[in-house]
Design a protein around this ligand. Structure first.
Ligand code: NAG
Ligand code: NAG
Ligand code: NAG
Ligand code: NAG
Ligand code: NAG
Ligand code: NAG
Length: 597
């Protein structure tokens, strides 16, 4: 483009000029050489052909159970447990440590404006074929159909209990650390989780819809306070909670979906955080109750979701990490050695890889490694390498992280059957402006304790990629490094991408039809997966699976507008009706093309 002032100087304003004509001729000359144009009679071309999704084969049964049936495993449970179901009636008189009134008191400071619209389990309706029509084909995509994934590749979708269930105070559930989000007395104006997607009662429909479109793996979490309302070892177990998740797992198998079960996805019982040293005992007490009952039908277990970013967010103090590791290892050892489970057990880590802003600047490299040590080293060192917490963390004044003993390290080492993490996106790292050591010595610094500046803007000023509504980004250029960092640093036997996803900008303000045609989300997944194929085939990384976050729009910890779902849930008209988005069809399509048989 030539600015108008320049055109005036050149004397070309107001019509053709001698200056312009050679350019025009050059364009004509080159086009005559390359193409020949011709006329013919016009006719319309049919470019749509109606293609339907293929449902999973059902029911699913495993050749051998992954653990003894409950009739045998029940001998591993304490014999003096009380099984009951509480009701929330605050007018009850005092009736003991774990009585109805004690249960009501757990909820004393929490109530919700929104009441669940129904309170019984809904049957699944058959998905009409009109909902199973593929969207218009993706055009002009680069694909590498020859790059295959193994037949046992764990591909599917994920969600978590608190984010989808609703019915927080129903059927004997106790409060979790998340329940103040959206509760009235907490003076918190964020979205009310008491309805969410109503999946506590709509799980059959949710599972049926995944099966109808052909998604073979579902990663979900059990709400710990639905099983142990008081959270404490020795306290009563909620019968309705046990029955609920038993039926969720059976519904998965009935529809052909393989369950991947997380024991705790952020929503610890509210009482737990007052003393984190009791976590191992309380967590094992809970885990035994569910694993003795369900482990025969569950091939994959996750103990904790993203505890590595929970310090001072959902539980207090860095030594909580040691309690988490102890609790994880206790469940791992009990599952393998006492229950004799033959499934696989892991833990999921959060990690948006820190890439040095300028890889040739040693202070940026140091900052990136320090960030990674605080996020992944604190878990990966003891679990995968049998090593101490990273020196970066131990040496930070006032962090108060106590070094692990040799006994602790050997107890933790080897208790992960594979690596699982949630690499949504990468980010750029450089040292805190005052330098890492000055910042590390100053607990009041807002960047303390990592003391790393992170950014999505690369050194030359460009954003890394198309930005989402919150923090994710379409930046496939870093996927191989995200996987390569973990593979080469912690050397696991395999890597599960246990969450990844994208929430398009201002998505919730679009019409329902526009939300459904979510091409950006498709680009995110297709590009991410293409790079994952290269990591496997060119870099030698053993990626064993990929689970998309999320299979439906949900409560992103107080937001219904950060929509990560590959299905919408209509909260506007109150129907809670689920609708597939194009990204879910494209996602299934990718795996149908690449997973070998
Ligand atoms: C249940 O038994 C365990 C030992 O198996 C004991 O430590 C605990 O105190 C008992 N609880 C109750 C409520 O009796
Ligand atoms: C409710 O709030 C009161 C006043 O802040 C507090 O004393 C009490 O411990 C709280 N109860 C629960 C169960 O959190
Ligand atoms: C909470 O939301 C309501 C309704 O949108 C608004 O009137 C009120 O001011 C908000 N309260 C706070 C503390 O933000
Ligand atoms: C490295 O980065 C730091 C902080 O961003 C900067 O002060 C320093 O000049 C850089 N060093 C080189 C060699 O570019
Ligand atoms: C670590 O302990 C010191 C001394 O008790 C305290 O001042 C500091 O706040 C603690 N740090 C954290 C992160 O809690
Ligand atoms: C919710 O339902 C209303 C009324 O049927 C419709 O106009 C709207 O597009 C729907 N929203 C979504 C996200 O599907």
């Amino acid at each position: 483009m030539i600015p108008p002032s320049l055109l005036i100087l050149l004397g070309v304003v107001g019509g053709y000029s001698a200056w312009a004509s050679p350019v025009t001729q050059e364009v004509k000359a080159s086009s005559t050489v390359k193409t020949s144009h011709s006329y013919s009679s016009f006719s319309y071309t049919q470019v749509t052909s109606t293609r339907y999704a293929t449902a999973l084969g059902a029911p699913l049964s495993f050749p051998t159970a992954f653990a003894p049936a409950f009739s045998q495993a029940s001998t591993l449970l304490p014999s003096n447990v009380t099984y009951t179901t509480y009701a929330l009636q605050s007018s009850l008189t005092a009736d003991g440590q774990y009585g109805q009134s004690a249960y009501a008191a757990l909820w004393a400071n929490l109530s919700y404006t929104a009441a669940p619209p129904f309170t019984t389990t809904a049957t699944a309706s058959a998905v009409p074929s009109s909902e199973l029509v593929y969207p218009p084909d993706l055009y002009n995509r680069v694909d590498n159909p020859e790059l295959k994934l193994p037949a046992d590749f764990i591909w599917g979708v994920a969600a978590s209990a608190w984010q989808i269930e609703g019915g927080l105070q129903l059927e004997g559930r106790g409060p979790s650390v998340l329940d103040s989000i959206g509760a009235i007395q907490s003076n918190d104006n964020q979205s009310d989780a008491n309805i969410a997607d109503m999946s506590y009662f709509m799980y059959k429909e949710d599972i049926a819809r995944l099966a109808a479109i052909g998604v073979p793996y579902l990663s979900f979490s059990i709400s710990w306070p639905r099983i142990v309302p008081f959270g404490e070892a020795g306290s009563p177990i909620n019968t309705l909670g046990l029955q609920h998740y038993d039926d969720v797992i059976n519904a998965c198998l009935e529809y052909g979906v393989t369950p991947i079960v997380t024991l705790n996805h952020v929503d610890m019982p509210a009482s737990q955080i007052s003393d984190m040293s009791t976590l191992p005992e309380n967590f094992l007490y809970f885990a035994k109750q569910v694993m003795t009952r369900y482990a025969d039908r569950v091939p994959y277990w996750v103990t904790f979701n993203e505890p590595n970013i929970g310090v001072d967010v959902t539980f207090p103090g860095w030594n909580s990490l040691t309690h988490i590791l102890t609790a994880h290892a206790a469940v791992y050892h009990w599952y393998k050695d006492e229950l004799h489970g033959t499934g696989q057990v892991t833990m999921k880590f959060a990690n948006n890889l820190a890439v040095p802003l300028d890889p040739s600047n040693s202070s940026h490299v140091e900052a990136a490694l320090r960030y990674q040590n605080f996020i992944l080293g604190v878990m990966g060192n003891p679990l995968f390498l049998g090593e101490q917490y990273p020196a970066d963390a131990l040496d930070t004044p006032n962090l108060n992280l106590t070094a692990l003993t040799e006994d602790q390290i050997s107890n933790f080492h080897g208790t992960m059957d594979f690596w699982a993490f949630d690499p949504y996106v990468a980010q750029f790292a450089s040292a805190a402006p005052e330098g890492i050591s000055a910042c590390a010595a100053d607990q009041s610094n807002s960047l303390w304790p990592e003391c790393v500046t992170t950014s999505m803007i690369q050194a030359d000023g460009w954003l890394m990629g198309d930005m989402s509504n919150a923090y994710s980004s379409i930046a496939p250029q870093y996927v191989r490094q995200q996987l390569g960092y973990v593979w080469n640093t912690f050397r696991p036997s395999g890597i599960l991408i246990s969450e990844y996803g994208f929430n398009p900008f201002a998505d919730s303000e679009r019409t329902g039809d526009a939300q459904r045609q979510d091409l950006e989300r498709t680009l995110y997944y297709q590009d991410f997966l293409q790079e994952t194929l290269k990591a496997i085939h060119e870099d030698g990384v053993n990626v064993i699976g990929a689970l998309a976050w999320s299979y439906l729009d949900n409560n992103e910890f107080g937001s219904y507008t950060n929509q990560y779902g590959m299905q919408s849930v209509n909260r506007t008209d109150g129907s809670l009706r689920r609708r597939y988005k194009r990204s879910l069809f494209d996602y299934v399509g990718f795996f149908h093309e690449h997973v070998g048989s």
